[in-house]
Design a protein around this ligand. Sequence first.
Ligand code: NDP
Length: 330
Amino acid sequence: MFNALVVEKNDEGKTHAAVRQIDIDALPEGDVLVAVDYSTLNYKDGLCIGPGGGLVRNYPHVPGIDFAGTVEASQDPRYAPGDKVVLTGWRVGEVHWGGYAQKARVKADWLVPLPQSISTRDAMAVGTAGLTSMLAVMALQDHGLVPGAGPVLVTGAAGGVGSVAVALLAALGHEVAAVTGRPEQEDYLRSLGAAQIVARDSLTEVTRKPLEAETWAGCVDAVGGAMLGRVLKQMKYGSSVAAIGLAGGAAIEGALITPFILRGVNLLGIDSVMQPFENRKRAWARLAADLPMEKLHSMVQMATLGDLPGLGADILKGQVKGRVVVDVNA
Ligand code: NDP
């Protein structure tokens, strides 16, 4: 028996999350059994701990969209007991039981061997949020972003994806402008490397103008909605926005087509969930090389399985700062 955060649904359709003891036989099918060390809290986990938000298919459910740990048993020749592994995506924690448990059973194809220089704890300090930030930065670089091109905007900057994106871009020599709705987080964002703080309000007002002054050389956008519509009009000629999330909504308003036609702006959609193995491996190697670990540590708070119902509600309200690492054995 081992501990897991289990979300159950009652006859009235209400969900309830609590730490329970479960048996290994209850785990879903898979060819690798992993002893989980750490998982993390992401926006999607907040949805899955609560009513599911359309992500969870069956109850009872164990959320946790990412985890890092040690292989305990494997039917796949690529993995042997003792190997350190990390998992992000593949709808684990949504459709398949995830990392909020001391053990997880998954398909070997979904795992990535952990680079030797990263501990399982640091791998989860990075987590899905960090991997997504790296994929976004790689996409911007592939589309021509270089240091010195001008300020690079990060929206939702004090959140999980945003914090890693700020630290990563600053470490790569970019001038980072961090958008936040929490002015009290200015010192935190500057400590991660932000050169400029932009108030959320200044970018959420919808304007009828088809274009505004060319300001940003690139953007990692975790917010979407009205803010994305506004940011697109302020992008420099030929620059790119890597859109990763919609914490601020899905609907974009305004004269949207003009930045694409008159300024050749690229809107790059980033999805970390279904990334092929080679891309995930390359992104983890880049994270190990490029992300300053002292900055990573400064953005982390630790949590236990029992803390997750409360923290899950907080992240949906945009109230969580940086990254939450879950020690499933604490
Ligand atoms: P967080 O809650 O940690 O961060 C989101 C941040 O967005 C908040 O901290 C807040 O930052 C800002 N924000 C929240 N609500 C609003 C609002 N209404 N208007 C404007 N800004 C807002 O979440 P994550 O960083 O984990 O995830 C961010 C988004 O990215 C989510 O939509 C998530 O689903 C998505 N995502 C997508 C992935 C992919 O593969 N494409 C992978 C991981 C996440 P501040 O207080 O600084 O303004």
